[in-house]
Design a protein around this ligand. Structure first.
Ligand code: ADP
Ligand code: MG
Length: 381
């Protein structure tokens, strides 16, 4: 059964198109993490699903029933969607126990539900009589989750549930929440600005960029076959090499590379994306193609900056400790690519790589991985 379906949903808020033509489906019991920068439309997406705002176009269905559509708007309290808002939003004047059952009309079942939910979210029973300000951030988060689950929702949506927690608590809280969702079997959508959080949520991942869902799929698909160079660089370090592509073979300054996926309309001038650990370096080759510019030890591997002998720009690659031991700055080497690549159109004219990047800078000043494609490019052969 399809638990959630969005078809071409567009939401305008004032002058802003907060969601643009967003479509996605989620099977019952599945989990989806949507990642995007601040302002990319994450909260808007959840509020549209929950029924806290109307859409300008498109439909939203829950359990195959249209809840938002051109002629339909089922109000939030009749959607049975549990909502954990961005700030947790516990009622400060109610105890933990009363917070948990706040939305449960049947008084007779309340104490049993409190017991059940407390167990489900692994909350210590002695906390039930406390008030929210007497709890840690992680505990408050679990109470918010218990409250959302106590109403027996068909689906639960979580808005950046871990962003207020310390880094040390975050992984622990995340694992606890994932366990609860697993145990309860409820369909879940989580939004976050944190790539790693999205990848480890344990289901499909969607990337929201300025209101558009630019890609959705398994974490593996996003990593191996990113739709754009910006998505490639968003989830992990990426190297981009100018290339000439013919059929499924790319010719680069570092030799020929098989292309596993083409995002290029015409064969010809392109750039390919490979991961920094896809390089092999031969220091004894008679026809070197690069010079070692810098070697930085990083434990089990090392980061090696290469400059192709035919260009000025540089490329950071990653070599395992064994491969790097004999390398010194200034060495002439032959670098080659191991494995396959994804091909894209070349960088835009003028070399302003940033213009095509995801908007990943978060206005809450959370550190996010930068998408500085220029750092990792080498000039054409
Ligand atoms: P996120 O949760 O990813 O940070 P939001 O969904 O809150 O993003 O906001 C998406 C976009 O809509 C942003 O550009 C934001 O400034 C804008 N926006 C949000 N709420 C309103 C509103 N009530 N009126 C006008 N614009 C809004
Ligand atoms: Mg938000």
């Amino acid at each position: 059964m399809t638990s959630l379906a969005l078809e071409s949903v567009t939401v305008r808020l004032g002058q802003v198109v907060a969601l643009h033509d967003v479509s996605l489906t989620l099977e019952a019991g599945a989990r989806l993490a949507v990642v995007g920068a601040s302002g990319s439309g994450k909260s808007t997406l959840l509020r549209a699903i929950v029924g806290l705002l109307r859409v300008d176009a498109g439909t939203i269905s829950i359990d195959d029933r249209v809840v938002t559509g051109p002629a339909t708007f089922v109000p939030a309290h009749r959607r049975q969607v549990g909502y954990v808002p961005q700030d947790g939003a516990l009622f400060p004047h109610l105890t933990v126990a009363r917070n948990i059952v706040f939305g449960v009309p049947d008084r007779a079942s309340r104490s049993r539900l409190v017991r059940e939910m407390t167990e489900l979210v692994a909350l210590e029973p002695e906390l039930l009589a406390r008030y929210p300000h007497e709890l840690s951030g992680g505990q408050q988060q679990r109470v918010a989750l218990a409250r959302a689950l106590a109403a027996r929702p068909r689906m639960i949506v979580l808005d950046e549930p871990f962003s207020a927690l310390d880094t040390s608590l975050r992984a622990q809280a995340r694992n606890a929440v994932i366990q609860v969702l697993e145990d309860s079997g409820v369909t879940a959508v989580l939004v976050t600005h944190d790539q790693d959080e999205a990848l480890t949520f344990g289901g499909a991942v969607g990337v929201l960029d300025r209101g558009q869902l630019v890609q959705a799929g398994t974490p593996r698909a996003l990593f191996d076959d990113p739709n754009t160079p910006a998505i490639a660089a968003f989830f992990a370090d990426a190297c981009f090499l100018p290339a000439i592509v013919a059929g499924n073979v790319a010719t680069t300054a570092f030799g020929q590379v098989r292309v596993r996926r083409q995002h290029v309309t015409d064969a010809g001038v392109a750039r390919i994306m490979v991961r920094p650990n896809q390089f092999a370096v031969d220091a004894t080759s008679p026809s070197p193609n690069a010079r070692v510019h810098q070697v930085t030890w990083a434990g089990s591997s090392s980061h090696v900056v290469l400059r192709p002998t035919n260009g000025e720009e540089q490329l950071t690659i990653e070599l395992s400790a064994g491969d790097v031991s004999a390398l010194e700055v200034g060495d002439l080497v032959t670098a080659s690519v191991v494995g396959t690549a994804v091909a894209y159109l070349p960088s835009p004219a003028g070399g302003d790589h940033r213009a095509e990047g995801l908007s990943v800078v978060d206005d809450q000043q959370h550190p996010t991985r930068s998408v500085d494609l220029a750092d990792r490019s080498v000039p054409a052969a």
